[in-house]
Design a protein around this ligand. Structure first.
Ligand code: DX5
Ligand code: ZN
Length: 225
């Protein structure tokens, strides 16, 4: 199956005083990854709906919103209505994930579901048809700049097998600790969509960093096939 690699820089590592220009700096990326944290689901706090709404209006790239919040059933649809192209809620934070994914899709948004590193994928395999993206966290959610957890690789592999052995076309995203080195292993395991915060915004040349990640992902997934 052809696999186009998508690179989603996370603005969690951007300069918060310059978010509009930081979004312009990643115009060669496939989407901007927007981490919403509520200081309950994760021990950190970022921005909420009004800020995300306004940033969407000035962004040259689509928004991939990652909700690290409790009460996802209540809040996620509002990000869809705000024009975010893709909205990902955590399986651990949704009371009715199938209903929520359907609500997101009905409003024309891609529905994503995320799993913490220690959450198994198997209980969710039967609902993959309800999703446009499955996000496997490769660090504990909450902070940028953490080390990639290799212990998640077998789960990425099992999820990729479940997807490729079906008629489904959902994307398999990884988030956390993605660098030009770790992206090789993630792509080799079958991921096709890569979130990268510190390795993009911490680079001297942001466009070169995005291109470097793309190239490495290509190499990694050639080994997967
Ligand atoms: C962490 C966030 C990530 C974060 C990744 O909870 O979900 O999106 O920005 O940052 P890096 O790429 O630096 O690990
Ligand atoms: Zn994220």
């Amino acid at each position: 199956m052809p696999c186009e690699h998508h690179i989603h820089p996370s603005i969690l590592s951007a300069d918060f005083s310059q978010l509009a220009s930081e979004l312009n700096a990643i115009s060669t990326a496939d989407a901007a990854h927007i981490d919403v944290m509520d200081n309950h689901f994760v021990p950190n706090l970022t921005w909420g709906l009004p800020v995300v709404k306004r940033l969407r209006e000035v962004s040259p790239v689509p928004f991939d919103v990652h909700l690290m919040i409790e009460d996802a059933d209540r809040w996620a649809p509002q990000y869809a209505e705000a024009g975010c192209e893709s909205v990902t809620f955590h399986a651990e934070a949704a009371i009715a994930p199938i209903k929520l994914a359907r609500t997101l899709r009905e409003s024309g948004t891609k529905a994503g579901m995320a799993l913490r590193p220690a959450t198994a994928v198997e209980p969710y395999l039967d609902m993959l048809s309800e999703l446009d993206m499955l996000l496997i966290m490769t660090v504990e959610p909450g902070f940028g700049g953490q080390k990639f957890l290799e212990v998640t690789l077998p789960k990425i592999r099992r999820a990729a097998q479940a997807i490729s052995g079906s008629e489904l076309s959902l994307r398999l995203q990884v988030d956390g600790g993605i660098t030009e080195q770790t992206i090789l292993a993630a792509a080799e395991a079958g991921a096709d969509t890569f979130v990268a915060g510190s390795s993009v915004y911490g680079a001297d040349d942001i466009e070169a960093a995005i291109a470097g990640l793309r190239g490495a992902a290509e190499k990694g997934s050639a080994a997967h096939r």
